[in-house]
Write a protein that binds this ligand. Structure first.
Ligand SMILES: N[C@@H](CCC(=O)N[C@@H](CS)C(=O)NCC(=O)O)C(=O)O
Length: 225
């Protein structure tokens, strides 16, 4: 039997967090190797472990997988979280690409320059409440089912919940005008694997503490980047 997947990244959310969410939602235990310094990244690069010299990297089923979306697609396909046919998969892809756009905006907020930070934050809230959240609210309302796609649990539900919780960290009442999503959030949060992941002590990571930004930058950026 293959061992547990092993995740290589720094000890924070970044691009790895959605991978953690999907594994947890699928009930898959995983190990993590945290990069603490640039030397740790260079070592992986020198060992030839990173196809494009970048992390996230996940050792899984005998592969050293890189490229976040490739990893997410693999986990979703393997664990039946990716729809029953190509059309469902296409819809799931559209939903999750949009959650990832919003997720990335929020994720990158701590590293914005001081002079652009307030504007960036206002854009997050504006896009969340006018571009993204209403689409999910309407989709759930129109079909009246518990899950976003195909009346069954998929990565679209997991990734939407992850992103809703991130948006609530920015603005706690962000769902106040979206009653269907409030119900969705409660239901998906109560799925046993997800409930477990949401409990303290799980491998879920907290939002990036601004004090850690220099450390993260020192791992991933050289002085001239
Ligand atoms: N498209 C890649 C981007 C990966 C990426 O930008 N990784 C950053 C850390 S979050 C990195 O490894 N930077 C070091 C480098 O590019 O040399 C993915 O989604 O995995």
């Amino acid at each position: 039997m293959a061992g547990k997947p092993k995740l290589y990244y720094f000890n924070g959310r970044g691009r790895m967090e959605t991978i953690r969410w999907l594994l947890a939602a699928a009930g898959i235990e995983f190990e993590e190797q945290f990069l603490e310094t640039r030397k740790d990244l260079l070592k992986l690069q020198q060992d030839g472990a990173l196809l494009f010299q970048q992390v996230p990297m996940v050792e899984i089923d005998g592969m050293k997988m890189v490229q976040t979306r490739a990893v997410l697609n693999y986990i979703s396909g393997k664990h039946n979280l990716y729809g029953k046919d190509l059309k469902e998969r296409a819809l799931i892809d559209m939903y999750v690409e949009a959650t990832m756009d919003l997720n990335e905006m929020i994720m990158l907020h701590p590293i914005q320059l001081p002079e652009t930070k307030a504007k960036h934050f206002a854009t997050i809230i504006e896009k969340a409440t006018t571009r993204y959240i209403p689409v999910y609210e309407k989709a759930l309302k129109d079909h009246g089912q518990d899950f976003l796609v195909g009346n069954r649990f998929s990565r679209a539900d997991v990734q939407l919940l992850e992103t809703i919780l991130m948006a609530e960290e920015c603005k706690p009442d962000i769902l106040s005008k979206f009653p269907v999503l409030q119900g969705f959030k409660a239901k998906i949060s109560n799925i046993p694997t997800i409930k477990k992941f949401l409990q303290p002590g799980s491998q879920r990571k907290p939002p990036l503490d601004e004090k850690l930004v220099p450390k993260v930058k020192s791992i991933f950026y050289t002085d001239n980047e």
